[in-house]
Design a protein around this ligand. Structure first.
Ligand code: TYM
Length: 333
């Protein structure tokens, strides 16, 4: 990472198999950014602990996510792919940043409000300080840009606030990061509940979420069962036609057009045929990823090696930032 390219940082929780939302809103862009930037991509398994996890399942999903990143075409040599808990600087910086973050600003986070409503029996302090750990992730690598979906915008804003606050006291320690949110695909919604985001940790309604390792026939069927409306016109109007607009969003992100432009292709077409076209596009996009994933994840030694090398490369950069921070705040060593 000695060249002049800007730095990209992003991460994903291993809290379930990634959804089509994760793929279109984040992962697909991660791959496309790897030539132009120096990219660091993390598996945010420490964040995942904020809700109860089965340890064996969490371990497996963490390793599988490394394999999936590679299956998507993210090059493990060109970029840094690593697991958050393998780099202790994350925990160390999070504590320090906790002391520069206010309860008031954390309590305004919509994700905290949503998650504490959903997990009312386990509103732990980690859930509350989750954005601080996330700010630390980004700041450790001096990221310029953070490619995320729309739902993470607020967390990016608080990361910037924390960085600026720290810099105002101690001088220019952190790079203040910018969110990098794609124009299309940044908010994919549920197929059955098209006004809410599609989420990988959701399991209430199986037809609502496409998981990218779902059987391809199942993916097509989920799309065919997607909620639409009582009109018979394929038109982009996310307020009045959220179901159809979400399908248009999915389709357009894959083919690289705006949803308004791709709606033209479907003029005069019924919803059945429209859904068929969307399903075909999704299935053809996902098929090669699944094939590659099968191959890569079967080679456990290789995935372990990638994790180990990634952790070393990540720790080297992260520790440099952490050393500077420790000195600034007055740790003796
Ligand atoms: P996570 O694991 O929930 O989601 C990973 C990425 O997927 C995006 N995303 C979506 N995009 C479009 N439509 C959707 N329905 C959709 N659902 C999810 C998210 O915006 C995200 O980009 N806190 C983060 C993980 C994290 C992180 C970080 C991200 C930890 N540290 C540092 C960036 C930088 C999270 O829970 O993402």
């Amino acid at each position: 990472m000695e060249n002049e390219k800007k730095i990209i940082y992003s991460a994903m929780q291993p809290s379930g198999v990634p959804s089509l939302g994760n793929y279109l809103g984040a992962l697909r862009n991660w791959k496309n950014l790897q030539n132009e930037y120096n990219c660091v991509y993390g598996i945010a398994n420490m964040h995942a602990l904020t809700v109860r996890q089965d340890p064996a399942a969490l371990r497996k999903r963490t390793r599988d996510l490394v394999a999936l990143f590679m299956a998507l075409g993210i090059d493990h040599e060109k970029n840094i792919l690593y697991v958050q808990s393998d780099v202790s600087a994350h925990a160390e910086l999070a504590w320090i940043l906790n002391c520069f973050t206010y309860m008031g600003e954390l309590s305004r986070m919509t994700q905290f409000k949503d998650k504490s409503a959903k997990h009312a029996d386990n509103i732990n302090a980690g859930l509350f300080t989750y954005p601080v750990l996330m700010a630390g992730d980004i700041l450790l690598y001096r990221a310029d840009l953070v490619p995320v979906g729309e739902d993470q915008r607020q967390h990016l804003e608080i990361s910037r606030d924390i960085a600026e606050r720290f810099n105002n006291i101690y001088g220019d320690v952190f790079k203040v990061p910018d969110a990098y949110i794609a124009k299309v695909g940044a908010r994919i919604t549920g197929l059955q509940e098209p006004t809410k985001k599609m989420s990988k940790s959701e399991s209430d309604n199986d037809n609502n979420v496409i998981f990218i390792l779902d059987d391809l026939n199942l993916i097509a069927n989920k799309i065919k069962r997607a909620v639409t409306d009582s009109e018979a016109e394929v038109r982009y109007d996310s307020i009045n036609k959220p179901g159809v607009s979400n399908l248009l969003n999915i389709y357009s992100t894959i083919i690289g057009k705006t949803p308004e432009d791709s709606a033209v292709e479907f003029e005069g077409m019924g919803y059945g045929d429209f859904k068929k076209r969307v399903a075909e596009a999704v299935v053809e996009e996902i098929r090669p990823i699944q094939e590659k994933f099968k191959q890569i994840s079967a080679d456990k030694a290789f995935v372990d090696k990638v994790m180990k090398d990634g952790a070393e490369k990540a720790a080297y950069i992260a520790n440099k930032t952490l050393r500077k921070v420790k000195k600034k705040v007055g740790y003796p060593n």
